[in-house]
Design a protein around this ligand. Structure first.
Ligand code: SAH
Ligand code: SF4
Ligand code: F3S
Length: 449
């Protein structure tokens, strides 16, 4: 009997990876993915706790699911609702109490146990809660994926974080830093390469802190892992995210200089340009350290494009501190960036700091910062017009004979191209910068025919 499984994913790419693994775990038990919650036998909300808004979304979604669950019950059928991810981890028992609709609460380290939890529920054993941090048997327990992921795939190589930035919930929801072994990662990479994957993005909350055991029994850094994976012929492109400025090793910077499969794009969050704020955030580096690091990376790979995350309105942030962030942005120059208003998170040190910043001040600063970042992104996009780049076509476009893919700089590029180029790399001349994408033309007419 096939059952319908609907998964809704919030938050970061690691959650996207986990959602795909949850589908893999449930598949042998007859569950196949559908793209609508209505009528589903099981709904999984894979949640994010990073900012207040992200966490609130879960409760509004549960509100919407109530009706669907009741309709199903009216037909004498059951809709199981599971909450997974970082809200599940953070709230645990509290969620079971607060949301009677929820049947299962499962943390990010134990979702491989979902089939058991579902079986218990069907035996009428009541609602289930599991938010343990077992000694990483998750990856050993996960089955290899059976469904072809498409031309690109995520691969989690590292989980958790020991940095304890004072604003951040991740060390609490994802636990201590852990790296998978090189052998296990390589096996998964080869497996998805056999399924047609051409581009792999290596994931970790702190991916460049990677230190998994290599085939020689020694811990390997991310640079070395990247070089190893680059030897897989079918894999044409490698990326990794998210990196911490303190963990950019020489070996990793060197990989940017010498490994052509490693894409010239780096997400390197700095959060603030003020040393006072960076210290209060416990980031462990100054603005100057960061700028020097960027110089070293650019020396290794001059055409690298940078992206970052910024927080405005961290407790105690003055106009001067904010100006220092603006100055750092002007200095570095970003191709792309994410920026957020500081959101106090329960259980983190900054949430109880005395000098919280008023919301209207946060709004003003965010608007100014986003305006600057937008202009930098436009400048970067405009500078790409006229250049030829490799584009990996990932899906069909909005119009007939149009395909959409990504440039090395992660820009979405659409171009008129024959269907057979789907899942393949092609040379494309970028002809126009749109607001969030680039228009291109196949550079090699022979390929177009
Ligand atoms: N591991 C990554 C970040 C993971 S969270 C790193 O170290 O950079 C993704 C981004 O969310 C962070 O970079 C930060 O900019 C933002 N963020 C995290 N906690 C936040 C909070 N409490 N309020 C606002 N933004 C936050
Ligand atoms: Fe959070 Fe800091 Fe760890 Fe990134 S490095 S996940 S911001 S604690
Ligand atoms: Fe959110 Fe958890 Fe990722 S809090 S950003 S889903 S690690």
């Amino acid at each position: 009997m096939t059952r319908k499984l609907f998964i809704k994913t919030y938050g970061c790419q690691m959650n996207a990876y986990d959602s795909a693994r949850i589908a893999d775990v449930m598949a042998p038990h007859g569950y196949s993915l559908v793209d609508d919650a209505a009528g589903a036998d099981m709904v999984v909300l894979n949640t994010c706790h990073i900012r207040e808004k992200a966490a609130e979304k879960v409760y509004s979604e549960l509100g919407r699911l109530r009706r669907a669950k009741e309709e199903k019950a009216a037909n004498g059928e059951r809709m199981l609702i599971a909450v997974a991810g970082c809200v599940a981890q953070a709230e645990g028992e509290e969620m079971i109490v607060r949301a009677p609709l929820v049947d299962i609460v499962v943390g990010p380290q134990v979702y491989h146990r979902l089939p058991e939890m579902v079986a218990k529920l069907s035996r009428g054993e009541g609602r289930a809660l599991d938010t343990e941090f077992p000694a990483m048997d998750k990856f050993d327990a996960l089955p290899g994926t059976k469904t072809a992921p498409g031309p690109t795939a995520f691969l989690t190589v590292q989980e958790g974080c020991d940095k304890f930035c004072t604003f951040c919930v991740v060390p609490y929801t994802r636990g201590a830093e852990y790296s998978r072994s090189v052998a296990q990662i390589e096996a998964e990479a080869r497996h998805v390469a056999d399924l047609g994957v051409k581009e792999l993005t290596l994931l970790g909350q702190n991916v460049n802190a990677y230190h998994g055991i290599g085939p020689d029994g020694e811990p390997w850094g991310l640079g070395r892992l990247i070089r190893r994976l680059a030897k897989i012929d079918e894999i044409a492109r490698l990326r990794y995210t998210t990196s911490h400025p303190r963990d950019m090793s020489d070996e990793l910077i060197d990989a940017h200089a010498h490994e052509p499969k490693l894409m010239p794009y780096l997400h390197l969050p700095v959060q603030s340009g003020s040393d006072r704020v960076l210290e209060a955030m416990n980031r462990g580096h100054t603005a100057e350290d960061y700028k020097r690091l960027v110089e070293r990376i650019r020396r290794a790979r001059p055409d690298i494009a940078l992206s970052s995350d910024f927080i405005v309105g961290f407790p105690g942030e003055t106009d001067e501190d904010f100006e220092a962030t603006m100055a750092l942005i002007r200095d570095v120059g970003y191709a792309q960036a994410f920026s957020f208003k500081y959101s106090p998170r329960p259980g983190t040190p900054a949430a109880v700091a005395r000098k919280q910043i008023a919301d209207n001040v946060k709004e003003d600063r965010l608007a100014g910062l986003q305006d600057l970042l937008r202009r930098q992104a436009d400048t970067f996009a405009a500078a790409c017009v006229g250049r030829e780049m490799d584009v990996l076509f990932e899906h069909r476009g909005r119009y007939a004979d149009q395909l959409v893919g990504r440039s090395p700089y992660l820009q979405p590029v659409h171009a008129r191209a024959p269907e057979r180029l789907l899942g393949r790399l092609a040379r494309v001349r970028l002809v126009e910068a749109k607001s969030n994408s680039m228009a291109g033309e196949l550079a090699d007419m022979a390929v177009a025919l």
